[in-house]
Design a protein around this ligand. Structure first.
Ligand code: LLP
Length: 431
């Protein structure tokens, strides 16, 4: 099986985190997001453990909560000692309502509004990952009004191309995020930040992209960032205390995807960073990393009911499900590959070539094309695997379809963590 939390029981049913998925589908109805809490916790421990082992007690891992944001997930990652990366007032609000310690919150985003900045300050968010000059001015003014000094980390672009698909590449020079080192603009923005009285510049940040499977990409961006720290020290007399290397560790969606060992990769990066710092004669800064996908992706599956199987003679077969691009827009957006199977026929041969279609009025509403599945019919349960990241968090109410609930599994027991939306929810702001 693709991940260790997947198995098949004696009845030939797919199990997830030790529970028969057909039982979950019956109990909670479909479509249904299922999150394996123990798996999320294991991943948090792998990151925190490796960061502290290889970079020292001071270092830390931030969960990039854009990957999966709801109250219970903030409680889980809080208990595991993670910090969090948030990207909007809504994520800050959710974390706060969940009782997440605000000093461990890092506020990202390339265009934080003044209202969001003020809200974040009123919530005592620990760090702003500042993106541009306009934002520095707003932070400085709003911090001044509150008589506080706001800690910030500057987001910079090291100019690394990660070979991932375009929509998730963020570290290259012509990115909408941060300020480029190559053009000299990063030096200018550091110089400017150091003049602002209500800001405390703590360090620098970079994020090269998503679905990265090699440590070398992180080593390359660390080299550029460390050289920049040295250049700033020489030119402006300021030495960064924090270096955030971003997120992006890859996960397996399909059998062909490689497996990335979190601990080994962090060790590889740490050896490189320490050698580099020694070579340029600076202390190793406090290192942060901010994984999102690799914490939650394989901790999630989505269960659907098959509604129809339509074979267009001489062409193709569509398996239509009771969800689709509203709960998982990633195929429609990026042609992202998934693995899927018929949960109640998990032991049967996957010899039926099918395109999985959602229920939206849109031909592009697909989850996979020409995928090998078990033969199926109305009433069967389809499980789409590795849906823990960027599925619920990117879901929508297109066609006024209510969002599915999230069920969490811990120690072999399931519970509702997010309720199913109703038609009332969907129309609740309409006057
Ligand atoms: N830090 C920053 C600044 C980021 O922009 C991101 C992701 C992360 C951390 C976490 O990256 P991860 O470890 O999850 O790869 N919606 C797309 C992914 C967009 C990622 C945006 N930034 C998808 O569904 O693939």
């Amino acid at each position: 099986m693709l991940h260790t939390n997947l198995n098949v029981n004696e009845q030939g049913h797919l199990t997830f985190a030790g529970i028969d998925t057909t039982v979950l589908a019956k109990e909670y109805k479909t479509p249904l997001y299922v999150i394996d809490e123990d798996c999320v916790r294991r991943k948090c421990r792998a990151y925190i453990g490796a960061m502290q082992k290889f970079f020292g007690k001071d270092s830390s891992a931030l969960f990039a909560s854009k990957a999966l944001s709801f109250k219970e997930i903030y409680r889980v990652v809080k208990e595991e000692g993670m910090s969090v990366d948030v990207v909007s007032g809504g994520e800050i609000y959710t974390a706060k309502e969940a009782g997440f310690p605000m000093e461990r919150v890092y506020f990202h985003g390339n265009n934080k509004t003044d209202d969001e900045i003020a809200f974040a300050m009123d919530c005592n968010v620990g760090f702003f990952m500042a993106d541009c000059i306009e934002e520095l001015d707003s932070i400085n003014t709003l911090a001044g009004k509150r008589n506080i000094t706001q800690k910030i980390i500057l987001r910079l672009t090291p100019g690394i191309d990660t070979h991932t698909y375009e929509a998730v590449r963020t570290g290259q020079v012509d990115s909408k995020f941060g300020t480029a080192i190559e053009t000299g603009q990063a030096m200018e923005i550091v110089k400017y930040a150091l003049t602002l009285p209500n800001i405390s510049l703590e360090g620098f940040h970079c994020h090269v992209g998503s679905q990265v499977f090699d440590g070398q990409t992180f080593c390359d961006s660390a080299d550029i960032m460390i050289d920049f720290i040295v250049a700033v020290k020489e030119k402006l007399g300021y030495e960064a205390r924090i270096l955030n290397l971003g997120g992006g560790f890859g996960v397996r969606y399909v059998e062909e995807d490689p497996h990335l060992d979190i601990e080994k990769t962090i060790e590889e990066i740490s050896i490189h960073v320490k050698e580099k710092c020694q070579a340029v004669n600076i202390d190793v800064p406090k290192i942060l990393m901010e994984p999102g996908r690799s914490i939650v992706a394989d901790a999630g599956i989505t269960l659907y009911s098959v509604g129809s199987v339509k074979t267009i003679t001489g062409y193709k077969s569509y398996v239509a499900i009771d969800g689709g691009m509203t709960d998982n827009p990633r195929y429609a957006l990026y042609k992202s590959q998934y693995s899927a199977l018929i949960a109640n026929k998990a032991n049967e041969k996957a010899d039926f070539c099918a395109t999985i279609a959602g229920k939206c009025c849109e031909s592009g509403d697909l989850i996979a094309e020409d995928m090998m599945l078990q033969k199926c019919q109305k009433g069967d349960i389809l499980a789409v695997l590795t849906t823990g990241a960027y599925n619920y968090s990117m879901s929508s109410n297109y066609n006024r379809i209510p969002r599915p609930p999230i069920v969490m599994i811990k120690d072999g027991k399931s519970r509702i963590a997010v309720k199913r939306e109703t038609y009332e929810h969907v129309a609740k702001n309409d006057l």
